[in-house]
Structures are given as C-alpha cells and as structure tokens.
Design a protein around this ligand. Structure first.
Ligand code: PLP
Length: 380
C-alpha cells in the first residue's frame, strides 16, 4: 500500500511554502470553462476529434487560435502558419530532432529556462551561453559568439523571461533577427509569458517575424489556461512547418492532441480564453505587488528589478551561496529555485528565483518572512 498516489508533477509536503514552484496555482485552473467547452464539443455529435488528427493540427482550432492571436498581437496571423504541439517542451524536442544533429552548437541565454537545457542535453547539443542584462539578450555578446561559433539555433525567452523577468527591447529584437539572416541560424523564441503582461507596454512578439525562415515563435496554453492540457503552438514559415509535419512521428500518430484542440477551440470561440487571461492578469498583478513590497521590507539586501509580467522575481543575494541556503531553507519550510539551475555554465550562484503565481498573497508574505528568518540564521 502506498499512502501517496501521484497525480500532478509537483509535490509540496504539507506545511512547506515552495516559492520555487513555477506552476500555476491549482485554484486558478479553470475547471468551469473547460467543462463548458467540453460539453459544447461533445454536444455537436461530430466524432472527428476522436479520429487521428491532421498532421499540422486541427484546422478549425488553428483558425480560432489565429483569430485570437490577431486580436492579441494586433496583426493578422494566417492559420496555415500555425502548427499544433503538445506544448513548448514538445516543440523544443521536435525542433532539436529535426533541425539539429548530435554535437551541433546552439546558443542559449545566460541565465535561461533550466528545463529547456535538459531537452537540449537529451539531443547532445553543445550549449553556448550568450550574456543578458536588464534589457534581455546582449547583442554585442551574441555578435561576439557568432565570430566563434555557427549555431543551429538561438533559444530565447524574449518576454518576461524565466528566470530573469526581463523583456528584450524592440531594437534588440530587430538586431537579433537581422543577425539570424546574416549568419543563417534559427531564432527559437519561447513566448510563453507574452500574454501575461501586467503593464501598459505593447510588446511585438517574434511571431511578427515568422514570414522569415530564420524565426520560429513558440507558445503554449500552459500558463494562460492549464498545463495539463499539453497543448501549444508553433508559428513559423511554411518550410519550417513542413519539416515537422512530414516527420515519422506524425505520419504514424497523426497530428498532436486533436481531442484537446477541439475542446479548446470551443473555449476560444466562447471568448473564455480572453476572459481567463484577464482574470489571471488581475490576480498575478496583485500577487506581484505583494511580493515586491514584502521583498523590499524583509530582504533589503536583495537586488532585483520588479518584473512587468510573467511569473518570476530573479533576485541576487550578494555573497550568499544559494545552494547552501536552499538546504538551510528546508528547516524553515520554505523553498526557492537556486540560480545555478538556470546557468549552462555553473554560474549564477548568488541568485534565487521566486515565483508569485503559485501561492496567494498571504502565503507569499509568509514564505518571504520564512526566507528572512532563514537568511538571518544562515549568515550568523
Ligand atoms: C520559459 C518556459 N518555456 C516553456 C515552459 C513549459 O511549457 P510547456 O508546458 O508548454 O511545455 C515553461 C514552463 O515553466 C517556461 O517557463
């Protein structure tokens, strides 16, 4: 007999506040919207979504998604340029499988989304870091690395980066696209946090450049609806999409996730995706403010820039080995992600990443207070 039967990937022991968890709050996963959408889908008496799917993804779903993106991005999106995925992780794995060979070089940001590093390692890629600052990827550093290496692709999280929280400026977006053209490498832009924007700033996604063969934009429903859906999309030039749709994987199994796509199509057409994003923005904005205020009060020694969107604060604790701090934090029933995880080079050791999406305001405050107590005992 086991007394713990796993369901979700994340397990947090009772009493622990793990501010490292980068998942959406269970309470914010929209059961009601998905139930309504599933009922509408089943009521149509059309079984086609239970069949093997079109290789590029359900066409009606792609049409609904293209319209949603048109309104969100402010420019037209052609449903022929969309390819349905099982989420960004799956898209990255497929891109590695079809655009690289073991031993190829790729560029990543330093720091970067740590679990993408795992995917790249699965494909035996040589990972070269490019520097970032408060405005995202540093173009001088990119140019410098381009003198030395010929990467197959650059992986970037340009907007409300995980873990850094920062957003690449428009000027740098254009420069990096130019460089991709001049040097013939792909930009794989992971735009997962694009719609979780808590400011008035309008940001032009890399999806605006996918008429070029060197730019691929990835996104997902994981952070704007629910990660358990395992549904996302790629926006890319038709030649890039073709490399994936002609794969053995899709030839055998058909397009990805037709069942879920049909349900999410109903949800989009009902206007519920937009509504859900508005609800999330209101909630996360308030949690962000609390984390910001409590951090300034409880951890005045910490250095960080308040993010304008996404899920994370990226915090420097000068002089602290955050690996050791993490072990000490367990006794205080608080967790965080240590900086070294996000470095492809074993750096970032005095950084931590805190997430404000998973817990409500009260727990965020309590978690940071515990962190202060831990730090106080740690530095004694
Ligand atoms: C930057 C980034 N990319 C991708 C993912 C995972 O996306 P998906 O659930 O669509 O595979 C995450 C989740 O934390 C993320 O932060």
């Amino acid at each position: 007999m086991t007394d713990y039967i796993p369901t979700s990937q994340i397990y947090i022991p009772p009493g622990m506040i793990d501010l490292g968890a980068g998942d959406p709050d269970f309470a914010l996963l929209p059961l009601d919207m998905l139930q309504r959408a599933a009922e509408a889908c089943f009521a149509k008496n059309d079984s086609s979504f239970l069949q093997y799917g079109d290789e590029q993804g359900d066409g009606y779903f792609r049409l609904a998604l293209a319209e949603f993106l048109r309104l969100g991005y402010g420019f037209p999106v052609d449903f022929n340029d969309l390819f349905v995925t099982n989420g960004i992780s799956n898209a990255l794995d497929m891109i590695c499988a079809h655009f690289t060979r073991p031993g190829d070089t790729i560029f990543v940001e330093e720091p970067t989304y740590f679990l993408a590093l795992r995917i790249f390692e699965d494909h035996d890629l040589q990972i070269v870091p490019v520097q970032t600052d408060a405005d995202g990827l540093v173009i001088d550093s990119l140019e410098e690395k381009l003198h030395e290496f010929q990467p197959k692709f650059l992986y970037t999280v340009p907007t409300f980066q995980n873990p850094g929280g920062y957003t690449l400026t428009q000027d740098r977006r254009e420069r990096s696209v130019q460089l991709s053209q001049e040097h013939g490498f792909l930009i794989v832009a992971d735009e997962v946090y694009h719609f979780l924007n808590y400011s008035d700033q309008k940001i032009k996604p890399f999806a605006a450049y996918t008429d070029l063969e060197t730019v691929i934009s990835l996104s997902s429903f994981s952070k704007i609806l629910a990660p358990g859906l395992r549904l996302g999309w790629m926006q890319a030039h038709p030649n890039n999409i073709k490399r994936l749709t002609t794969s053995g994987l899709l030839d055998s199994g058909g397009g990805l996730n037709p069942f879920t796509s049909a349900i999410v199509r109903e949800l989009i057409e009902a206007g519920d995706l937009e509504q859900n994003i508005l609800n999330l923005i209101a909630t996360y904005r308030s949690r962000l403010k609390v984390m910001d205020r409590v951090l300034r009060r409880e951890l005045p020694q910490s250095e960080f820039k308040t993010p304008d969107g996404g899920f994370f604060f990226w915090i420097r604790l000068p002089g602290v080995d955050t690996g050791q701090l993490r072990d000490a934090a367990q006794e205080f029933n608080v967790g965080f992600r240590q900086g070294i995880l996000f470095s492809s080079q074993g750096g970032m050791q005095d950084y931590i990443r805190l997430c404000y999406a998973f817990y409500d305001e009260e727990k965020i405050e309590e978690g940071i207070q515990r962190l202060r107590q831990c730090l106080a005992s740690f530095s004694k």
